[in-house]
Write a protein that binds this ligand. Structure first.
Ligand code: KG4
Ligand code: ZN
Length: 340
């Protein structure tokens, strides 16, 4: 690999987090993220409000990242930016900003697939942190995606399994909403589950062929479970919150791990990574780690700050694209949907 000395400024704005990172080669110098609290009251991300907040946040976030990295814009080698998948209006803010910056500084623009970014977060260089070796399997679990991806190279991926309907992050967030918890509910279910009994309640799962997933039926059965029990006892959720969260969370983890294990067995792949917002889940992290002994494999769990949306992961993907001269022209448009 070429011995380059690159400084990449990366921007991520695909959903409701405005983030800017600066990387020196594969090392993160700064990673600044502004979260948008406004969506909490609506129980989900409101696209128009997200775009408006990105517009407010982007300049301060970029300035803060440059300051934290102690880098002047003149030192930058390229601008990397999320091109999709995500919310059109949100992507547009980051992409327009990135294009303008690349044009003004006369440096290349690199477009990054958000989901590739999640996977490549494993290649951010950190003291004492090992990187997976190719080919490895990545269980990518976020608010919009649930995929089993075989990575054969930094920029080559094959999807072996995928959700046919909702993402697992949605299954967390919608269940939390049904229980009256604010958005995003995933981290709250994680928190309450710590004090609960994972075997107290049972939930059904859908039969899907191959290594694909389905979470829509699980979500609906959870809704009926809460409605039925709340009819009998109006305080059912309050009285059983910890146990409901622990049992439901365990059910989702069982579903996720079943297919991941099956793929590992069938392919003989020995390195398993997790990525995406749901990989911040403490119980999932623990149970993935336990697979090392059970299946005689190595597992790779990202640092907490690189699980949920962040620009550092866009920067590392940008770095690998820079090494291959994969630049884009300034006519690129955001892609609400795109595959790996
Ligand atoms: O990757 P991400 O930040 O955004 C998308 O690309 O979708 O993922 C967000 C998802 C949300 O559904 C959120 O509830 C979930 O990740 N999440 C969690 C946890 N932290 C974030 N789900 C379960 N447990 C957590 N600790
Ligand atoms: Zn994401």
């Amino acid at each position: 690999m070429q011995n380059l000395n690159t400084y990449i400024l990366a921007i991520e704005s695909s959903c409701d987090d405005t983030s800017c990172a600066i990387l020196h080669n594969n090392v993160v110098l700064a990673n600044v993220t502004a979260n948008q609290k406004i969506h909490e009251q609506y129980g989900g991300v409101v696209p128009e409000l997200a775009s408006r907040d990105h517009q407010k946040n982007i300049v301060p976030v970029v300035n803060e990242a440059l300051k934290a990295a102690n880098i002047k814009t003149g030192q930058l080698s390229a601008i990397a930016v999320t091109i999709g998948p995500g919310l059109m209006g949100s992507l547009l803010v980051g992409l327009s900003f990135a294009k303008s910056m690349a044009m003004a500084l006369n440096i290349p623009l690199i477009e990054v697939n958000h989901m590739q970014g999640h996977i490549l977060a494993h290649f951010i260089k950190e003291e004492g942190v090992e990187m997976p070796q190719f080919p490895f399997l990545c269980l990518t679990v976020s608010g919009g995606h649930t995929q089993l991806v075989k990575a054969t190279d930094h920029l080559s991926f094959e999807i072996l399994g995928s959700t046919i309907d909702d993402a697992v992050g949605e299954a967390f967030d919608k269940a939390a909403k049904v229980m009256g918890l604010p958005y995003p509910g995933g981290p709250l279910i994680d928190k309450y589950a710590k004090e609960g009994d994972p075997n107290k309640f049972k939930f059904s799962s859908s039969n899907v062929s191959g290594f694909d997933y389905s979470f829509s039926g699980i979500k609906t059965s959870f809704l009926y479970f809460i409605q039925n029990n709340s009819q009998k006892d109006a305080d059912f959720v309050t009285k059983n919150l910890n146990d409901i969260c622990a049992s439901y969370q365990q059910h989702l983890i069982n579903v996720l791990l079943k297919n991941a294990k099956a793929v590992l067995k069938e392919t003989g792949i020995k390195h398993l990574a997790i990525a995406g917002g749901v990989s911040a889940n403490s119980e999932l992290r623990k149970q993935i780690k336990n697979l090392e002994a059970e299946l005689n494999i190595k597992t790779f769990i990202p640092k907490f700050e690189y699980c949920t949306d962040n620009a550092a992961m866009i920067g590392i993907a940008g770095y690998y694209k820079f090494l291959k001269n994969e630049f884009s022209d300034l006519n690129s448009v955001p892609q609400a949907r795109m595959s790996l």
